[in-house]
Design a protein around this ligand. Structure first.
Ligand SMILES: Nc1nc2c(ncn2[C@@H]2O[C@H](COP(=O)(O)OP(=O)(O)OP(=O)(O)O)[C@@H](O)[C@H]2O)c(=O)[nH]1
Ligand SMILES: [Mg+2]
Length: 679
């Protein structure tokens, strides 16, 4: 029997280049690098490794002892060690006895078994990829190692590892952390709260190695903003790991230790960082001894712990909520930790962080994809506007046509085909295009096209209009287009005018080499018929015939201009309004007769038969030369034109699939259009 297929394999996303379609594909780290978020990628691979090692080391937690400068962190760590171990932990309020490295104290047995030691080093490497160093057994050398990271971030990034047999009884490792307040000389100007605090970054990376946190803080400084910064950093990595607040150096005073528990700064922290009240431990300042009337620290500390102190001087922490009769202390805390449970929590925290990071990665990559697509779309739209302007009459918004020799002869043939019978032969024989083309050649040669500068274009347009009696002419030179384009917001600032000009020259050249060979005869005949229908029978023979002959000649002249210009050493683009040319000389007739409707029909046919196909090609070639996709995904490329008194209408351009892809001349962007795929 067929079973439904259920797949549990996670879907791995990758990003493929939709445009250009050159088969480029990126995996998550590559996409994050491209999006300039390599940091997230490094975090993701670190967390994945942590997850793996956490599963392998499920019975072996490490507790981090972190907190304020000089608050007693090393004293707490030392209290768990054998006498030989204690001797290797420098403690004290001077900088030379401070902790300036991450020091992993682990049960000796963890280091003695090779396979286990390797796993442990693997785990530590997830947070400290630059390697590790072992703590010397000689106390003096150990102290030197401890302070090695004081002025040197490089050394700080390499943790120390030490073993102690007493920790075997405890069954957990301890991480003695450096504070996050000490500054390098080099980063003096940075605030500890700044996001650019490398010590805080190291601490949050190390947090992943650990399963629970003891945060030691001086009672007098519990209001500091810094404790919030540290707790946030820890919670961000380890959302639900057990967190213990160790308040040190509480002054022995009336109302303690309850006063500390109910202090608004303390209760706020507990709430903000999900620390349960029974996770608050406190130790009284052992420098304040009982004096006559005034009770000292001993009066506020369980007798059992006072005895401990008398053996080894160290702060004595006990759960404040339980008060002075508490039977618990730091040692019972660590013994009571449910190892399996905190490891499960740690794995869950890793998974939470991993999904948070993946979400963040996704957001950043989407942003990057959208940004590059937007940049491409803006250039696409900008080039479209430029091409559209080249085929639009500036004052009326009406479409212009390209008078290529191919179109000119097709139009002529159609006008002859649809002419009244008696006019057919004379019109055909008159062959106005050829004659006009020849005379136009002579005229165009008198113009100095080679040195046609931007400001001369308007003059040339006027001159041509007058000479050939044309209604509307649009001349575009590559120089003028390049200059105009460079001033537009969508054009990349890095684009140089000569480079842009070179591309436009390429566009015109390619455009001329790929003329449209065939036109829709039916559509053309429809427009020619419309044209003839604008006249009465008499007019057809009198004005109509003459007008056509005259103005068609003018149109024909234009068809050669672009070609002639190339011969003259310049490339440029010329478009004109066929309907206006034909109409110009017979305006009176149109106004008197019912020709306006016929005129609109004529224009519409010209738009469909000439303007849109030519504009599609011009735009496709332009896109290729500037290395921009001809279409953005499957969105239609649309332009507006206005005919006569009608409102503007939207028309679709074709992406010219009949044309090959032309090589880019001046790429305007190296961005791509990406697709996200999941396999
Ligand atoms: N007066 C007094 N001093 C204490 C108390 N607890 C710790 N100290 C002293 O404070 C100093 C700093 O203790 P450490 O354990 O080195 O503190 P730390 O947090 O590791 O210090 P850094 O590593 O430099 O940040 C030591 O000299 C301790 O003996 C206390 O309750 N009262
Ligand atoms: Mg220390």
């Amino acid at each position: 029997m067929l079973q439904p297929v259920t797949s549990t394999t996670p879907r791995i996303p990758h990003w493929t280049s939709q445009w250009p379609a050159d088969g480029i594909a990126l995996d998550l780290p590559q996409a994050l690098d491209a999006a300039q978020h390599g940091d997230i990628s490094a975090d993701i691979s670190a967390i994945k490794r942590s997850l793996e090692t956490a599963k392998n080391l499920s019975q072996h937690p490490i507790l981090a002892v972190t907190g304020q400068l000089n608050s007693g962190k090393s004293s707490v760590v030392a209290s768990f060690l054998s006498p030989a171990g204690k001797a290797r932990v420098p403690r004290g309020s001077s900088s030379s006895t401070g902790t300036h490295r991450f020091v992993y104290w682990v049960p000796q047995s963890w280091l003695d078994t090779k396979s286990f030691r390797d796993l442990l080093l693997d785990l530590i490497a997830t947070a400290h990829p630059k390697g590790v160093e072992f703590l010397d057994t000689d106390p003096e050398k150990a102290a030197e190692q401890y302070r090695g990271g004081r002025d040197d971030l490089e050394t700080l990034s390499i943790p120390l590892i030490a073993g102690d047999p007493l920790l075997d009884e405890l069954g957990t490792g301890l991480l003695d952390c450096p504070d996050i307040q000490t500054h390098d000389q080099s980063d003096d100007q940075h605030s500890v709260l700044s996001s650019e605090n490398p010590r805080l970054d190291f601490l949050s990376a190390a947090a992943r190695v650990c399963s629970a946190f003891l945060v030691v803080w001086n009672r007098a400084a519990i209001r500091d903003r810094l404790i919030e910064v540290m707790l946030s950093a820890l919670r961000q990595r380890m959302a639900s790991a057990p967190l213990y607040l160790l308040v040190n150096m509480i002054r022995p005073e009336e109302g303690q230790p309850q006063r500390t528990m109910t202090d608004s700064d303390v209760t706020r922290l507990l709430e903000q960082f999900s620390i349960s009240a029974d996770h608050v431990y406190g130790a009284f300042d052992f420098a304040i001894e009982d004096r006559s009337e005034r009770p000292g620290w001993r009066s506020y500390t369980p007798a059992r712990l006072v005895m401990n102190f008398d053996q080894v001087e160290a702060p004595q922490f006990y759960p404040l909520a339980e008060g002075i009769h508490s039977n618990d202390d730091l040692h019972t805390l660590s013994e009571n930790l449910d190892v399996a449970e905190i490891q499960r929590t740690k794995i869950a925290d890793h998974q939470t962080e991993l999904s948070r990071l993946l979400h963040q990665a996704n957001t950043s990559i989407n942003q990057w994809m959208n940004d590059s697509e937007e940049e491409i779309s803006n250039i696409h739209a900008g080039l479209l506007t430029t091409c559209h302007r080249m085929m639009t009459d500036e004052t009326t918004g009406e479409p212009l046509q390209i008078m290529s020799p191919q179109f000119a002869s097709a139009l002529h043939a159609s006008l002859v085909r649809t002419a009244p019978f008696a006019l057919k032969l004379p019109l055909k024989l008159a062959n106005p295009f050829d004659k006009a083309y020849d005379s136009a050649k002579k005229f165009v040669r008198t113009l100095n096209l080679k040195s046609l500068s931007t400001d001369k274009i308007k003059d040339l347009e006027g001159e041509l209009k007058q000479h050939f009696k044309l209604g509307s002419i649009k001349i575009a030179s590559s120089d003028a287009l390049a200059r105009r384009m460079q001033s537009q917001r969508w054009c990349p600032a890095s684009a140089q005018i000569p480079e842009l000009e070179k591309a436009w020259n390429g566009v015109f050249d390619t455009f001329q080499k790929h003329p449209i060979e065939r036109f829709d005869t039916e559509l053309l005949d429809q427009s020619s018929k419309n044209r003839w229908d604008g006249f009465t029978m008499t007019q057809k023979f009198t004005i109509g015939g003459k007008a056509l002959l005259g103005t068609i000649g003018g149109l024909a002249a234009l068809c050669g201009i672009a070609t002639l210009a190339v011969d003259g050493g310049a490339t440029f683009f010329a478009a004109t309004s066929v309907s206006h040319a034909i109409n110009g000389s017979i305006a009176a007739v149109i106004a008197a007769g019912g020709g306006a409707v016929a005129m609109a029909g004529f224009q519409e046919s010209l738009l469909k038969d000439n303007t849109l196909p030519y504009l599609s090609r011009l735009f496709s070639i332009t896109c290729d030369c500037f290395h921009i996709p001809r279409a953005i995904r499957d969105k239609p490329t649309e332009v507006n034109f206005k005919i006569g008194d009608r409102r503007k209408t939207k028309y679709k351009l074709s992406a010219s699939p009949e044309l090959p892809m032309f090589p880019a001349i001046t790429p305007l962007t190296d961005k791509r259009i990406w697709n996200k795929e999941e396999v």
